[in-house]
Write a protein that binds this ligand. Structure first.
Ligand SMILES: *Cc1c(COP(=O)(O)O)cnc(C)c1O
Length: 224
């Protein structure tokens, strides 16, 4: 397996280039190391390199890592979250990237003793295999979240199709950006929607060029 240090250097070089190309600042983009494929030791190595944001997509695996690493990392829950699992993780995480239904919002609101920063997950590409709301469902959904004071909609999240066609990827990220602007125009106090969680190992440069503020990197950073 490649060293995380080398991977991180390569990632940062590419990020810097993507920022230059799109006139953005590197510090406006947060790298989340997705540690779901790797060991606690490897996740710890990432923390020691100064990577503070870690992402997991399953509650059991997350809790295993949290037991050892605890609050040395800011934890992002990036996977489909079953409603009954919320209570196990809610006081240990900073961000949920997969808010996609009211039943989940209700449970988060009930179990959280504080405001939780959430991304509403959007299925921009319309693939059946993907979770998330259809673009046209996003605004009505967010409007309904006013009843859940512990939920703050910090942004939108999407997973692009797993392909190499740059035009398709770019359009996907652009659509999410457009939708973000629509949400911002609502000026809802609980939905500032300033962030965009988009871009993974194979498409983060395009995502950054199109406005990503959080990129979720697994295989190209900590390994698969
Ligand atoms: C696994 C995963 C990632 C990271 O994927 P890589 O292609 O390995 O970078 C990002 N986001 C989500 C939601 C994931 O499940």
């Amino acid at each position: 397996m490649n060293s995380i240090k080398g991977n991180y250097e390569r990632l940062n070089e590419k990020l810097t280039k993507a920022c230059q190309k799109s006139n953005r600042r590197r510090e406006d983009i947060t790298v989340i190391a997705v540690t779901k494929y790797v060991s606690v030791e490897r996740a710890n190595e990432a923390i020691e390199l100064g990577i503070r944001n870690l992402g997991e997509n399953r509650d059991q695996e997350f809790l295993k890592k949290y037991e050892v690493l605890g609050n040395r990392a800011k934890w992002h829950f990036i996977g489909t979250l079953q409603t009954r699992k919320v209570k196990n993780i809610i006081d240990k995480i900073e961000y949920i990237h997969s808010l996609d239904r009211l039943s989940l919002a209700k449970e988060i609101n009930k179990r959280a003793g504080r405001t939780i920063s959430c991304f509403v997950q959007v299925n921009v590409s319309g693939e059946n295999s993907k979770h998330g709301l259809r673009p046209d469902e996003v605004i009505p959904f967010i409007e309904q979240l006013k009843d859940y004071p512990n939920i703050k909609v910090v942004g939108l999240m999407t997973m692009a199709p797993h392909i190499d066609d740059e035009t398709v990827l770019r359009n996907c990220f652009r659509s999410l950006k457009r939708l973000q602007k629509e949400v911002q125009q609502l000026q809802l106090p609980y939905a500032p929607c300033t962030e965009l969680s988009m871009g993974m190992s194979n498409d983060f440069e395009i995502a950054v060029e199109e406005g990503a503020t959080y990129i979720r990197i697994g295989s190209a950073l900590v390994g698969e």
